[in-house]
Design a protein around this ligand. Structure first.
Ligand SMILES: Nc1nc2c(ncn2[C@@H]2O[C@H](COP(=O)(O)OP(=O)(O)OP(=O)(O)O)[C@@H](O)[C@H]2O)c(=O)[nH]1
Length: 332
């Protein structure tokens, strides 16, 4: 049985999430999307399904914030949606969860890994984060939730570029890349984005390409002291698989709460395919990726995104995981 892909749509208060969703839902794209809408301040948890005209799209309303008090509700609602799909009562092939503007996306994302019932029915496709070009600079300065949402993103969509100065938009773009070089940045002015900007991003697919904005490494300006930061590790020497597994396993045990998102495509000694590691906090997965082509220059690339990252420890530790560093050790 195939798993139902889920997109988490997040972004700070007023960043344009609903505007985008409304546009996407009106588009004729052939996808049947069930929407789970999480909002503060509704009178009680409204479990009625608001099925739209064609009987395709559904909205669920919750009370409270999806990332804390109502996570149990999210699990229950996803279970109910699945049961209704199975019995033919509802017809949808994907789910979009719109979080409240203050939600931390991590617990929502983790639901799809830790809850056995949910992970046997659904597959997390990506976290998409909307960023308001007019207000994001101030929001990122003042609210750690805004930084978390950017840090977790697999795709970032900048809104309100029509009312922001182009220089401010460019400065924001550079800041977003510094916080999260992994997520591709697009634009959604007045919700103008295509369904491809939202669906099938495969951010949580282990075989997906590791995208790192090319200007990330050349960008040296650091005007903002964001708590959520990132860094990229690159190494052309092959890594030792056992060593790197042990090292990363230990790192997530100690620093898991700070590590928001990490993903690496690695060149491993004796392995003719890419080895892909990725995770959210303490949940880490590993898998074989595509084969290296004959003559292709092989390089390991790892990106870590998180709060107060132990950068030196990570760099030093990873450097000890090369096959030649291991061979040079006494007794090796
Ligand atoms: N000028 C301009 N306004 C926009 C744009 N996108 C959204 N808006 C407006 O911004 C306001 C907030 O948009 P919403 O889509 O409700 O934002 P939201 O993220 O769903 O908001 P919350 O649910 O409160 O977190 C609305 O008045 C939108 O019309 C844009 O690209 N440009």
């Amino acid at each position: 049985m195939s798993l139902i892909p889920v997109t988490i749509l997040t972004g700070f208060l007023g960043s344009g999430k609903t505007t985008l969703l409304n546009r996407i839902l009106q588009e004729r794209h052939g996808h049947r999307i069930a929407v789970i809408e999480n909002e503060f301040g509704e009178a009680g948890i409204d479990n009625d399904l608001l099925v739209q005209e064609e009987g395709e799209q559904i909205v669920e309303m919750n009370n409270g914030c999806i990332c804390c008090t109502v996570r149990g509700d999210l699990i229950r609602i996803l279970g109910e949606l699945h049961a209704k799909k199975q019995s033919g009562l509802l017809n949808f092939d994907r789910v979009v969860i719109e979080t409240t503007g203050l939600a931390d996306p991590a617990p929502v994302a983790q639901t799809f890994f830790v809850d056995e019932g949910i992970s046997s029915q659904y597959l997390l496709d990506a976290v998409v984060t909307m960023v308001d070009a007019k207000h994001a600079a101030q929001q990122l300065d003042a609210h750690h939730e805004a930084q978390e949402q950017v840090g977790f993103a697999d795709r970032i969509l900048i809104t309100k570029t029509d009312v922001a100065e182009p220089e401010a938009v460019e400065a924001l773009r550079q800041r977003l890349v510094r916080i999260n070089p992994r997520a591709r940045i697009g634009e959604a002015r007045h919700g103008q984005a295509t369904v491809d900007d939202l669906l099938d991003i495969r951010g949580f697919n282990l075989n997906a390409i590791l995208e790192i904005e090319p200007d990330f490494l050349t960008n040296v300006e650091h005007e903002h002291d964001d708590d959520v930061t990132s860094f990229v590790f690159r190494e052309t020497r092959p890594l030792d698989l056992n060593r790197i597994e042990d090292f990363l396993g230990a790192i997530v045990q100690v620093y898991g709460p700070q590590l928001m998102r990490y993903k690496g495509v690695l060149h491993i000694q004796g392995v003719e395919r890419r080895v892909v590691f990725q995770g959210v906090h303490m949940l880490m997965g590993t898998d074989l990726g595509t084969p290296w082509k004959p003559g292709e220059s092989r390089e390991s690339r790892f990106v870590f995104i998180g709060r107060n990252l132990p950068k030196e420890i990570l760099i030093e530790g990873l450097a000890q995981c090369t096959a030649d560093a291991l061979a040079a050790q006494p007794g090796a």
